[in-house]
Design a protein around this ligand. Structure first.
Ligand SMILES: NC(=O)c1ccc[n+]([C@@H]2O[C@H](COP(=O)([O-])OP(=O)(O)OC[C@H]3O[C@@H](n4cnc5c(N)ncnc54)[C@H](OP(=O)(O)O)[C@@H]3O)[C@@H](O)[C@H]2O)c1
Length: 285
């Protein structure tokens, strides 16, 4: 049952890894009561054993039925209100638009858009009671999309729309909603993505190889050098918690020098300039 000595309840997703894990740990250090989402019993046990959270609920964002059980799971643990919903879970995936499979595209949307939307819906009644806040992790890809990341970017664009609408609908109850667009973070997501893209490149054949080998190669190279310059999850989590605890939330934040630079370029220059720069970053020959 809920530990009443803790200050406030916060629900954090993506705690098994990367950004979400750093956010959860840092919130615990600040005496928040951290409720982490675990995908299954085994993962939940690990999160508790590793002191990443105070308690867990089971949520698989790729499974609509699982998300619907969230209110019941919270109440079973005596949790009636939330001061915060910090969403860090997501999946990625890359391929040229021409060859991205519909199955992969759907599975990325399932987690990043439909699972996210369903979980956001489920938290509202709990946030309403505490005038709680949502701090939701988007991406640079929510406004500027690199080649190979069309579908991932589409999910982050969709997220931006959901977040804008939520912020404009939930203010009467004092629920503030904010979107964080981080720059690169050195996490499992990037490492696995790099490995996946390298494996895909090695297995290319037929017309996909003929048409896209150069793009795969430059994409992997640019991503690998970007990874080396990326921020640590702890650094990014610190910034996110600073936002979460600020007196008033702004609608959105770009965090990290790379995110700020890309936002500036996106806002100031026309698409033709961004296309030119992208061609330089991702040469195909
Ligand atoms: N890393 C970057 O450079 C970067 C840059 C910009 C934005 N972002 C965004 O930052 C956020 C955190 O990313 P990260 O880099 O920390 O990634 P990460 O290390 O891969 O962590 C992703 C988290 O999402 C969880 N997750 C994935 N699928 C799930 C599902 N079906 N149900 C429930 N949880 C699921 C994972 O849990 P499992 O262990 O169960 O898979 C994991 O805890 C994401 O929104 C990402 O898009 C990352």
């Amino acid at each position: 049952m809920q530990d009443k000595t803790k200050l406030k309840n916060v629900l954090v997703t993506g705690v098994s890894s990367g950004l979400g894990q750093s956010v959860a740990r840092q919130l615990r250090e600040k005496n928040y009561y951290v409720i982490a989402t675990g995908r299954n019993e085994e993962q939940s046990a690990v999160l508790k054993a590793e002191h990443c959270c105070d308690t867990t609920i089971l949520v698989d964002l790729g499974d609509a039925a699982s998300v619907q059980t969230v209110p019941g799971q919270l109440r079973e643990q005596g949790i009636e209100e939330l001061a915060g919903f910090l969403h860090c879970a997501a999946v990625t995936g890359g391929a040229p638009i021409e060859t991205m499979t519909m199955n992969e595209a759907r599975s990325i949307f399932e987690v990043n858009v439909f699972g996210f939307l369903a979980l956001l819906q489920a938290t509202i009644e709990f946030l309403r009671k505490a005038q709680g806040r949502m701090v939701l992790t988007g991406s640079i890809a929510g406004f500027s999309v690199w080649p190979m990341l069309g579908v991932y970017g589409a999910t982050k664009h969709a997220m931006e729309a959901i977040v804008d609408a939520a912020r404009r609908e939930l203010w009467p109850w004092g629920i503030e909603v904010s979107l964080i667009r981080p720059g690169g973070i050195k996490t499992r997501m990037i490492k696995l993505h790099l490995e996946q893209m390298a494996a895909r490149m090695a297995a290319l054949e037929g017309p996909e190889k003929e048409n896209y080998l150069g793009l795969y190669a430059s994409y992997c190279k640019t991503l690998a050098s970007g990874e080396r310059l990326s921020a640590t999850p702890d650094y990014m989590a610190e910034k996110i918690i600073k936002v979460f605890e600020s007196a008033k939330l702004k609608p959105d934040y770009c965090v990290g020098a790379d995110a700020k630079l890309l936002r500036f370029i996106d806002l100031v220059f026309p698409d033709s300039v961004v296309d030119f720069l992208t061609r330089k970053l991702f040469p195909v020959a």
